[in-house]
Write a protein that binds this ligand. Structure first.
Ligand code: AMP
Length: 427
């Protein structure tokens, strides 16, 4: 059977050129299913998670539908609502990438940054407005944006909007829109309140569901590092980062207060590290993410909320310093690696005494038994030796073994001449 191409989906040649520049060969499942319906002006419910190509599944037909029209001052023609600023920024990046041969304008309306530039852009007129609900309502109340010309509405990650308490804001925003418009709603899950919202919002929608992430983590090798007690995690983490020759990683913590502790320990061991959590200013968050994307930060210590939905394609490793209390979060976390067709490795520190029930839930949800590695004590990284040998590759080699339980050799952690450039923690 021949594979569908983007040309088959009926997209304009200037958009096809941009897709070609992005290096995409074929549409993903959600793109193949959603794009033709959206181009036929149908309302669509997309049940899909990040990593499935869902952003392009709505941005590509959206720019196709909007091209050629003219935006009036303060009256955008399309509205994309996202739960977080980072997701809004990612949608904007997608639009820039796919609409580079079209003359469409967009603006980002998110909280946590000065509104002046955003207002000036709106004044000049934009085609697509990407916004988080709170800041959009603020600017609307102040008269800086009018929503009566919106012909195309996208609600992205609706279930997270629900978790974050945004549904009343969304209902308020919907009440400000003209009745004749096309509606798209994307969500990883469809809890009752989202189903209700969709029923109110949509006219005879087409529902498209693609495989859940829990069944699409084939390209992430997963390991549990078994600790007899929840101690020595910092030393173990540094040990593994060295042994695995980690180039780029997300390190997840359950508690915000632990983030700085791990980041400090990594920084002292010479790793270029950054921290990302909800208490940081938006400018700091954006700056940290930029440094991480550019490789100036190699390891990002973060919370679930801060890292959800972030799309960085070349992250090779994920470490879970604690197992998440919610099994779905495990799937989200390990999905930060092994993206865009690449492979990745996920290591979780586990103390069965404390974590057994969370581990059971994860293995049940993902329908697998994760390979165990028994941790051995490692020396404190404070004892740095100039003569320490370079990191061994034995863990790396054994990653490909099929055994379900394995031992890890104790190796003193020292950095000698291998120490990478120092960089201050970014927070
Ligand atoms: P998303 O699910 O929107 O977060 O997208 C996940 C990643 O897949 C992003 O890095 C996209 O650039 C990439 N992507 C989207 N569509 C395609 C495609 N058709 N082929 C290859 N990569 C894609």
């Amino acid at each position: 059977m021949t594979k569908t191409t983007f040309t088959d989906l009926g997209l304009d040649k200037n958009i096809l050129r941009a897709i070609d520049d992005a290096g995409y060969e074929h549409p993903t499942e959600i793109q193949e299913k959603a794009i033709p319906s959206i181009l036929m002006m149908k309302d669509v419910i997309g049940i899909a998670q990040t990593g499935t190509g869902k952003t392009a599944s709505f941005t590509l037909p959206m720019i196709e539908v909007l091209q050629g029209g003219i935006a009036k001052a303060r009256m955008p023609r399309a509205l994309v609502l996202t739960p977080t600023r980072e997701l809004a920024a990612q949608v904007a990046e997608n639009i820039e990438k796919y609409a580079k041969y079209l003359s469409l304008t967009h603006a980002l309306i998110v909280g946590g940054v000065q509104a002046n530039d955003q207002i000036a852009k709106l004044e000049r007129g934009v085609d697509i407005l990407i916004a988080t609900p709170g800041r959009l309502l603020d600017l609307h109340e102040r008269g800086n944006v009018l929503l009566r010309d919106i012909k195309f509405l996208v609600i992205d990650e609706a279930d997270r909007m629900l978790d974050m308490g945004f549904i009343p804001d969304i209902e308020k925003i919907i009440s400000l829109l003209p009745p004749l418009r096309q509606n798209l709603l994307f969500s990883a899950t469809m809890p009752k309140p989202i189903q209700k919202l969709a029923e109110k919002l949509m006219d005879n929608p087409k529902t498209i569901e693609v495989a859940k992430r829990s069944s699409t983590t084939k390209n992430v090798s997963q390991y549990l590092i078994m600790l007899s007690r929840s101690i020595q995690k910092k030393e173990q983490l540094i040990h593994y980062i060295q042994k695995l020759e980690v180039e780029s990683a997300f390190i997840f913590c359950n508690r915000k207060r632990d983030i700085d502790g791990y980041a400090d320990a990594l920084m002292k061991s010479g790793v270029k590290v950054g921290a990302l959590h909800g208490d940081m200013s938006q400018n700091m968050r954006t700056d940290t993410l930029k440094k991480f994307k550019e490789g100036n930060i190699r390891v990002l210590v973060c919370s679930d909320v801060a890292a959800r939905g972030i799309d960085i394609s070349n992250v090779g490793h994920v470490f879970n310093m604690d197992l998440p209390l919610n099994a779905e979060d495990y799937v989200h976390r390990i999905g930060r690696t092994g993206r865009a067709g690449k492979t990745g490795e996920a290591y979780s520190f586990v103390c069965l005494k404390d974590d057994e029930k969370y581990l059971d839930a994860i293995e049940k949800l993902t329908d697998q038994t994760i390979e165990r590695i028994n941790a051995k004590p490692v020396k404190s990284p404070k004892v740095q030796s100039k003569t320490a040998s370079s990191p061994s590759k034995d863990v790396k080699k054994r990653s490909s073994s099929n055994q379900n339980e394995r031992d890890d050799t104790p190796t003193p952690v020292g950095f000698g001449n291998e120490m990478p450039a120092f960089m201050a923690i970014d927070r």
